[in-house]
Write a protein that binds this ligand. Structure first.
Ligand SMILES: Cc1cc2nc3c(=O)[nH]c(=O)nc-3n(C[C@H](O)[C@H](O)[C@H](O)COP(=O)(O)O)c2cc1C
Length: 274
């Protein structure tokens, strides 16, 4: 619950102006008062108050930090360069990824915006059970591939190349697991991003990937894992995906064993100005 400390409130109405759900009123004592029924706990009232009069009695207020330009601003040129230089990593050092580093990376997802501030994103980090999970995924993909190849039709023709890859990739993996891992690229950890709403999981995934890069950790999205898992309720349950959530992204992570020397070209910006 968000609460206004009336001793500190100066009645400036900034929180009332900025509240996205219009849930704050100006009371008879000329102070802000939060009607919590409509409150989505977004914390704008905490963030905007010039006298730090607003607090939450259910969230950890010790993590709230006052604005500090040196700590919180990013130079736009560096930010864009950082985004440009990020690459999908498919080659990893044979080195574990520390739990503390993963936790630090996931903090970026925790602070990412979500629709109606639902904060419905959660993570499943697989490292110790990676062999088991990748075996399961490879097996599902092979089955799917075989099914598609055996039932090809004009509607599924475009899937033929993936179906072929899924069957051959499993065989190659079985042949030499230590060498031929085209699913998780021998990464030490895989993070499954789960959410109720896709957009929330996708946004969190993007910020996590950037944070990982800032920590010197490389990532690659594994779309094949989603193809394999999201229609396998028993595997989702075994993996620990919560009821009502699905896997939005699968991020393979580890310390890169490759170094890129430059950025890459991209299609021109596609934008319609009206
Ligand atoms: C949703 C999504 C799924 C992806 N799935 C895979 C995958 O299964 N295997 C893979 O090697 N790369 C995968 N990628 C990585 C893309 O191939 C890569 O982002 C793209 O080629 C551009 O390269 P870059 O990330 O280095 O800029 C995926 C990327 C996204 C965004």
């Amino acid at each position: 619950m968000m609460i206004v400390n009336e001793d500190k409130c100066i009645g400036c109405k900034k929180c009332i102006y900025d509240c996205p759900t219009s849930t704050i009123i100006y009371n008879e004592r000329k102070k802000a008062y939060i009607e919590n029924e409509r409150c989505i706990n977004c914390g704008h009232c905490i963030a905007i108050c010039p006298t730090a009069a607003v607090y939450s009695d259910s969230l950890d207020m010790s993590e709230v930090e006052p604005y500090n330009e040196e700590k919180f601003s990013v130079n736009p040129e560096n930010l864009l360069n950082f985004i440009k230089f990020r690459r999908s990593t498919r080659h990893f050092q044979d080195k574990p990824l520390e739990k503390e580093t993963i936790e630090r990376i996931l903090q970026a997802g925790r602070y990412t915006e979500s629709s109606t501030n639902s904060q419905d994103v959660s993570y499943i980090v697989v490292s110790e059970e990676l062999d088991k999970v990748s075996d399961q995924i490879y097996r599902v993909l092979k089955k799917k591939g075989e099914h598609i190849l055996a039932n090809l039709s004009p509607e599924t023709e475009h899937l033929k190349k993936y179906a072929t890859l899924w069957t051959t990739m499993y065989d190659a993996y079985l042949d030499d697991k230590a060498k031929n891992d085209r699913l998780f690229f021998h990464a030490p950890a895989v993070v499954f991003v789960t959410a109720g709403q896709e957009i929330n999981g996708a946004l969190a995934s993007a910020t996590i990937e950037l944070m990982a890069n800032a920590c010197g950790v490389g990532c690659c999205y594994c779309g094949f894992a989603l193809v394999a898992l999201n229609d396998q309720p028993e595997l989702l349950k075994e993996l620990g995906v919560q009821e009502g959530k699905k896997i939005i992204a699968c991020l393979v992570m580890g310390y890169p064993s490759v170094k890129y020397q430059r950025t890459v070209p991209r299609n021109p910006l596609s934008v319609l100005w009206k």
